[in-house]
Write a protein that binds this ligand. Structure first.
Ligand SMILES: [Zn+2]
Length: 166
């Protein structure tokens, strides 16, 4: 799914879409669309079903496409408005979990004050955040630290086992 090319222009700018309709339009899972909303795709969450404006959808997909081309260094995120990698304002990052080990980093652009997002796994968080301070949702950090450790042990064991057989 990660390498799937989604054409932003399939979204019509003069209409609104439900999560279901976006999923159908791009042949993707509804959960993917919900993840986009968590990752910063604006949705009118006051209404049910949630409605996504075609213009927002198009801009979001264009941003995703563009952000793949711009290299963000440690502590940097891609700013949609500036169309450039920017350091997090005040060195402050928010971590928003999506799955148990992956989520998004969110920060303000120091130039235009736009919200910026960057995908990050808990495993590579230290490399991604640079010298920035990361704020986690309450209680999240400690729980995942334990899980991260046991996963590492597990994968090492697994590799050794595979090696022994070979
Ligand atoms: Zn900006």
């Amino acid at each position: 799914m990660a390498g799937k090319r989604l054409n932003p222009r399939r979204a019509k700018i003069n209409r609104c879409y439900s999560v279901e309709e976006v999923a159908r339009l791009y042949g993707i899972h509804r959960q993917t669309v919900r993840n986009w909303i968590k990752a910063g795709l604006p949705a009118m969450t006051g209404a049910r079903p949630h409605l996504i404006a075609g213009t927002d959808l198009r801009a979001f997909l264009e941003r995703r496409r563009a952000s793949g081309k711009v290299h963000c260094g440690p502590g940097e995120l891609y700013c949609v408005r500036c169309k450039a990698a920017r350091e997090a304002a005040e060195g402050m990052l928010d971590y928003i979990p999506i799955a148990s080990l992956s989520g998004n980093l969110r920060a303000l652009c120091p130039v235009c004050s736009c919200l910026m997002h960057r995908r990050a796994g808990l495993r590579n968080l230290d490399a991604v955040r640079g010298s920035c301070t990361v704020a986690y949702p309450h209680g999240h950090e400690r729980i995942t630290d334990g899980r991260l450790h046991s996963l590492d042990c597990h994968s090492t064991t697994h590799r050794e086992t595979a090696h022994d057989k070979a």
